[in-house]
Design a protein around this ligand. Structure first.
Ligand SMILES: *Cc1c(COP(=O)(O)O)cnc(C)c1O
Length: 393
C-alpha cells in the first residue's frame, strides 16, 4: 500500500487495501486486484457498486440540485418521505445522515413523549447484544461495554434485557418506561432474529404502559431481510422506525418514521443541516424504485434460500461450524473460531467478509447478487475453511 495515512485518526482497524472502483458485487484496488464484496459497505451497497440506474439518476440530480437546507422544501425529500410512510404504514418522516443520528432522533422522540406524561417517564429498555450507534445517546443504548467503557458516564435510565425472553421484559416494564428499542434482526451483535411472539409481547407491553415501540432497522431494513422492512414479516407495527445504511445505497442518509402517537417533535425541537437533501433523497428514491418491485425481493429471497442451503451444507461438513442464522441476505455463520481470523484468511482469497459478535461471520452481499456469484463465494469460502483447519492444527 503506497499512500500516507498518518493524518487520519486511528478509529478503525483497517486492512491495507486502497479501493479505486467497484462494479456490481466486485471491488478493484489500486493494484488492479479484484475482490468479491460480501460486506457491501456494511449492508449499505444494496444495489452493488456503480449500478447503471443509480449512476445515471444521481448524475442527473447532481446537475440539477444537491442541497438547499431544510429551510425550504424539495420534491425529492417530500417524495421519499411519502413513499417510506406508505410502505411502513407510518405517517411522518424525519431525515438525517446516518444510523446513529436516526437513533438519537428516536431517543429525543421517546424522551419528549415521556415528558408529556410524567417527569420521571425516562426509562428506555434495550436488548442485550444490541448495537445502535456511536454518538453518546445511541452508544448508551448499545450493549457491548467495549464500545462504552472508554467514555465514562453515559445516559442513565437504560436497562438491557435478554432477547426473546418475554418474562424478563414483563418484569422490567412499568409506567416509567418511555420506549423499548429493538433491532428485529440484530446485526453487529451476531445476527439474531427476534421472534414474532416477542415483538408482539413488546408491542402489547408498550401499549399498556404508554411507551413507544422503536424498531432499529438501520441494518435489517430496506429489503435486506427479504421484505422491505424486517418487521413486516413478523407483522408487528412499531411506533417509531429507524432506517439508514441501505436507504441511500452509498449516499449518507438516515430516516425516522413515526405514527401519530410518536409525531411529537415540533419546530425548534430537532434538525439537521444536510438531512434528506435532494441528492441523498434522490438516492433513497432510486433504492425504493428497485426494492419495491416484487421481482426484486423475490430475487433476494431466492438468493437467500440458495445461499442458506449452501451454508447449511458447509455447516454439516465442518465440525467447527456451529450454526447458520438470519433472514434474507442478512445471514450469519457462527463458528468455534474468532471471526476476525476468518476475515483475515478471506482477504487472501480476495473475498471481503465482516464478523458479527466474536465468532459469527456476517454474510451481507449486495442484494443484486446472482447464484453464479454465490457459487464463487462458496468456492472461496470452502478454501478458507480448509486453510483454517491447517492454521489451527
Ligand atoms: C450500523 C448501525 C447503526 C449505526 O449506524 P451509523 O450509520 O454507523 O451511525 C445503528 N443501528 C444499527 C442496527 C446498525 O446496524
Amino acid at each position: 500500500m503506497n499512500i500516507d495515512t498518518q493524518n487520519i485518526m486511528k478509529t478503525y482497524n483497517r486492512k491495507s487495501i486502497v479501493f479505486e472502483k467497484g462494479q456490481g458485487v466486485w471491488l478493484f484496488d489500486d493494484q488492479g486486484e479484484k475482490y468479491l464484496d460480501f460486506v457491501s459497505g456494511v449492508a449499505v451497497n444494496c444495489l452493488g457498486h456503480s449500478h447503471p440506474t443509480f449512476v445515471n439518476e444521481m448524475q442527473k440530480q447532481v446537475a440539477k440540485l444537491t442541497h438547499v437546507s431544510n429551510l425550504y422544501w424539495t420534491k425529492e425529500q417530500v417524495t421519499l418521505g411519502k413513499r417510506l410512510c406508505n410502505l411502513s404504514n407510518l405517517s411522518s418522516a424525519f431525515f438525517c445522515n446516518s444510523g446513529t443520528e436516526a437513533l438519537e432522533t428516536a431517543l429525543k422522540i421517546a424522551k419528549k413523549h415521556g415528558q408529556s406524561i410524567a417527569s420521571d417517564k425516562n426509562k428506555v429498555i434495550v436488548m442485550e447484544k444490541a448495537f445502535h450507534g456511536r454518538t453518546i445517546g445511541a452508544l448508551s443504548l448499545t450493549f457491548n461495554n467495549k464500545y462504552k467503557d472508554p467514555f465514562g458516564s453515559l445516559l442513565t435510565d437504560i436497562v438491557a434485557v435478554p432477547i426473546n425472553d418475554i418474562t424478563a421484559l414483563k418484569q422490567i416494564m412499568d409506567e416509567k418506561v418511555c420506549a423499548v428499542v429493538i433491532e428485529p434482526i440484530q446485526g453487529e451483535g451476531g445476527i439474531y432474529s427476534l421472534d414474532a411472539s416477542y415483538l408482539k409481547a413488546s408491542k402489547d407491553l408498550c401499549e399498556s404502559n404508554n411507551a413507544l415501540l422503536v424498531f432499529d432497522e438501520v441494518q435489517c431494513g430496506m429489503g435486506r431481510s427479504g421484505h422491505v422492512f424486517a418487521h413486516q414479516k413478523k407483522n408487528i407495527q412499531p411506533d417509531v422506525l429507524c432506517l439508514a445504511k441501505g436507504l441511500g445505497a452509498g449516499m449518507p442518509i438516515g430516516a425516522v418514521l413515526v405514527n401519530q402517537k410518536a409525531d411529537v417533535l415540533v419546530a425548534g425541537d430537532h434538525g439537521s443541516t444536510f438531512g434528506g437533501n435532494s441528492l441523498a433523497s434522490c438516492a433513497g428514491n432510486i433504492v425504493l424504485d428497485h426494492i419495491t418491485k416484487a421481482s426484486f425481493l423475490e430475487q433476494v429471497n431466492e438468493s437467500s434460500a440458495y445461499l442458506k442451503e449452501k451454508l447449511e451444507q458447509l455447516n454439516d461438513s465442518y465440525d467447527f461450524l456451529v450454526e447458520v442464522r438470519g433472514e434474507g441476505l442478512m445471514l450469519g455463520l457462527e463458528t468455534k473460531y474468532l471471526s476476525k481470523d476468518i476475515v483475515s484468511l478471506a482477504m487472501d482469497e480476495k473475498l471481503l467478509l465482516i464478523g458479527a459478535g466474536e465468532k459469527t461471520v456476517r454474510i451481507i452481499p449486495p442484494l443484486v447478487i446472482t447464484n453464479v456469484e454465490i457459487d464463487i463465494f462458496i468456492e472461496k469460502f470452502e478454501k478458507i475453511l480448509n486453510k483454517l483447519i491447517e492454521h489451527k492444527d
